[in-house]
Design a protein around this ligand. Structure first.
Ligand code: G3P
Ligand code: CA
Length: 234
């Protein structure tokens, strides 16, 4: 089964940081890394989950209202370019990257082209899967580049499959792990990777253990985990 590091190794390292991505990239057997991208005020693609800075940094306000130079001074928020520079040697050897465009709440005009151009400049087109909760965005990516690997992201698998088959013409679906209640035959021919809502660094809560064999028997191909290291132990 594909094991993905969600926001890097985000159970033991600060999420979406170079530190969490490096820890993940070094894991033998890891399929890929997932991260979230938004645009800073100066248009630089930056890697952060929330639209607001408050939860994960000492800064306040919206990601879109500060230039990347401010992030460099005061936070651990990396630019997408810095992350691709770090991961390129690992990706050249087969590591995959799921770039989630966080553009449901704020549309970030031109973000798709900007991110795709950057991936292309690094020569990593065949190692990247694009996803977004905003199906207009994934549709646009697929229209701009039909060869791009695109996943339809959502909560319920039926919504993801509808978007994928009838709107986006995507390559995979990424539903929430608790919303995949379809029989095996209904998933035949569909590439399904599930995401989880788990404790993040610095964690205070119990980390649930997932039964990967059971998930596999239900037709699920991959899982995004905050603690992939616990599943890849020899
Ligand atoms: O892409 C799967 C997952 O990352 C979606 O949820 O909120 O963790 O970005 P979230
Ligand atoms: Ca995400």
């Amino acid at each position: 089964m594909e094991i993905w590091a969600h926001r890097g190794c985000s159970f033991r390292h600060p999420e979406n940081t170079l530190e969490s991505f490096e820890a993940a990239a070094k894991l033998p057997g890891l399929t890929g890394i997932e991260l979230d991208v938004q645009l800073a005020k100066d248009g630089v693609p930056v890697v952060i989950h929330d639209e607001k800075l408050d939860r994960t940094t000492t800064m306040v306000g919206y990601v879109k209202d500060w230039a990347f130079t401010e992030y460099e001074k005061y936070t651990k928020i990396p630019s997408l370019e810095q992350v691709l520079t770090l991961l390129k040697p690992y990706m050249d050897k087969g590591l995959l990257l799921n770039i989630e465009l966080k553009n449901s709440e704020i549309r970030y005009e031109g973000m798709e082209q900007k991110v795709m151009d950057m991936v292309s400049n690094f020569g990593l087109e065949d190692k990247v899967i694009y996803s977004s909760f905003n199906s207009d965005s994934t549709k646009l990516i697929k229209e701009m580049n039909p060869a791009a690997n695109v996943a339809c992201l959502g909560e319920d698998i039926i919504d993801c499959m509808n978007d994928c088959n009838f709107k986006v013409h995507g390559d995979a679906v990424h539903p929430y792990i608790r919303k995949v209640n379809l029989p095996l035959f209904a998933l035949e021919g569909t590439n399904v990777r599930v995401w989880t809502k788990e404790p993040l660094f610095p964690h205070e809560h119990f980390m649930r253990e997932h039964d990967l064999k059971k998930l596999e028997s239900k037709g699920i191909a991959g899982i995004f985990l905050n603690n992939p290291e616990d599943y890849l132990k020899v």
